[in-house]
Design a protein around this ligand. Structure first.
Ligand SMILES: Nc1ncnc2c1ncn2[C@@H]1O[C@H](COS(=O)(=O)NC(=O)[C@@H](N)CS)[C@@H](O)[C@H]1O
Length: 436
């Protein structure tokens, strides 16, 4: 992509309304544009990152055996009246009346909706276990939306829902999602630790939240230092016993958010207990028949008797993760994207646009990288060198390749790794080998 043909409305100054670094950098890097409180448009650079995160989440859900569907954002209030949540949900719910005066709502979550789909079609235990998920916009009328997309009102969530014949089956489904989350966050380039969590408006009796450690996180978390040393599971498949042992290993260490931490009961030695702030990027719940019972979602069991199915739900904050990853990965010059989610792989800087030799060398190098499948943002604009370097550091692409008049003469490209800051002068061929 040539920068002269892209839409990248970067800002020179820190916007005054931004209180945390990810909000500041997302605005300065031209990734989002606020529409109203807690509601944003995603501009090209931000949209690319959002889609990269979404696709990694999707791949890991698919690998875990979940089936992707897409449920509507607008839901009938009657479904929520059946579960009893229509009144319980409170002011966070955006209630809407359509032209026929039917009560509707903009979904904050989809437990009722997915249970309605299930009960309409699944009648036998032979069709279990089943896990349906979608990646869909949610609306929660947060009383104080803040920190940009971190606590938005309209936000993108992956929410999965599992259906099993009994608790044993539901526990396997829960453990399967727990392990899929460990893999997902590792692929996103963040260290997410699971904590026992409160179940809140979703409900149930078993829940973990996954926290990305970041100094500006809203939650205060307390955990055993050895938790950070655990290896992320890598196998494609695990038996139920293996899943349970992985979950036991990761939940065997003390870890609790402030709302669950009990300093008295915590038996971790002072020297082993770490206190940090973190951002909740995922939250999983087992809640049994909380929705299936009132909505009559049951199947004929092996004994022929009707059994109300046992459910769980599993959320990941896809749009929140754009900010969460920045909070965990930035420096004083800007964002440092993990390669897996970066909007482009390489930023190519032409130090002297308009100079024929430079333009030719850059165009050739750009073409070779692009043909090799590398996603390049080529700064072909006529800005000053200092501005070009600052912009590339701000938007945080993993690699920068710079070609200037001196380099063209000696046939070298300066390649810089954004995360380490390390620079190398390489021949065009060696630079290609490094970047492809
Ligand atoms: N206001 C918000 N802005 C951005 N992301 C949010 C917001 N509220 C929740 N999230 C993200 O969405 C994830 C799941 O939300 S949740 O309420 O915990 N869980 C559910 O809604 C369940 N239905 C899981 S399927 C959270 O872990 C968080 O990462």
């Amino acid at each position: 992509m040539r920068l002269s043909q892209f839409f990248l409305p970067t800002l020179k100054e820190d916007p005054k309304e931004a209180q945390i670094v990810s909000h500041r950098l997302m605005l300065r890097a031209g990734m989002i544009q606020q529409s109203s409180a807690g509601i944003y448009s995603w501009l090209p650079l931000g949209h690319r990152v959002l889609k990269n995160i979404e696709n990694i989440v999707r791949e890991e859900q698919n690998r875990a055996g979940a089936l992707e569907i897409l449920m509507p954002t607008l839901q009938p209030a009657d479904l929520w009246r059946e579960s009893g949540r229509y009144d319980d949900y409170g002011k966070e719910m955006l209630r809407i009346t359509d032209r026929h005066d039917r009560d509707m709502l903009y979904g904050p979550t989809n437990e009722e909706q997915v249970t309605d789909i299930f009960r309409s079609h699944v009648k036998s235990y032979k069709n279990l276990p089943l896990n349906l998920y979608h990646i869909q916009w949610k609306f929660r009328d947060e009383v104080r939306p803040r920190f940009g997309i971190m606590r938005g009102r309209e936000f993108l969530m992956k929410d999965a829902y599992s259906f099993d014949l009994d608790y044993e089956g539901a526990k396997i489904a829960y453990n399967n999602m727990f392990v899929a989350y460990l893999k997902t966050f590792a692929r996103l380039g963040v260290k997410a630790i699971p904590l026992r969590a409160d179940t809140g408006p979703i409900g149930g009796d078993l829940s973990h939240e996954f926290i990305v450690l970041a100094d500006t996180g809203e939650s205060e978390v307390f955990y055993h230092k050895d938790l950070l040393g655990l290896e992320t599971p890598t196998q494609a498949e695990y038996s139920p016993e293996q899943l349970q042992s992985i979950v036991d290993e990761w939940t065997g260490y003390y870890a609790a958010a402030d709302d669950m931490h009990d300093a008295e009961a915590c038996d971790v030695a002072e020297s082993d207990l770490i206190t940090r702030r973190g951002i909740e990027v995922g939250h999983i719940f087992h809640f049994g028949d909380k929705y299936s019972k009132p909505l009559g979602a049951s199947v004929a069991g092996p004994d022929g008797k009707e059994a109300v199915v046992s459910m769980g739900s599993y959320g990941i904050g896809v749009s929140r993760l754009v900010g969460g990853i920045i909070e965990a990965s930035h420096d004083e010059n800007g964002i440092i994207w993990p390669a897996s989610v970066a909007p482009f792989d390489v930023g190519l800087i032409n130090l002297k646009s308009g100079d024929e030799a430079c333009d030719t060398a850059c165009t050739e190098f750009y073409g070779k990288l692009t043909n090799a499948g590398v996603d390049v943002l080529y700064d072909d604009t006529s800005g000053r060198a200092g501005e070009k370097f600052a912009k590339m550091d701000l938007i945080g692409l993993p690699w920068q390749a710079t070609i200037g008049p001196r380099g063209v003469k000696s046939g070298v490209v300066e390649v810089k790794n954004r995360a380490s800051g390390e620079k190398q002068e390489l021949s065009l061929d060696d630079a290609l080998k490094l970047l492809v």
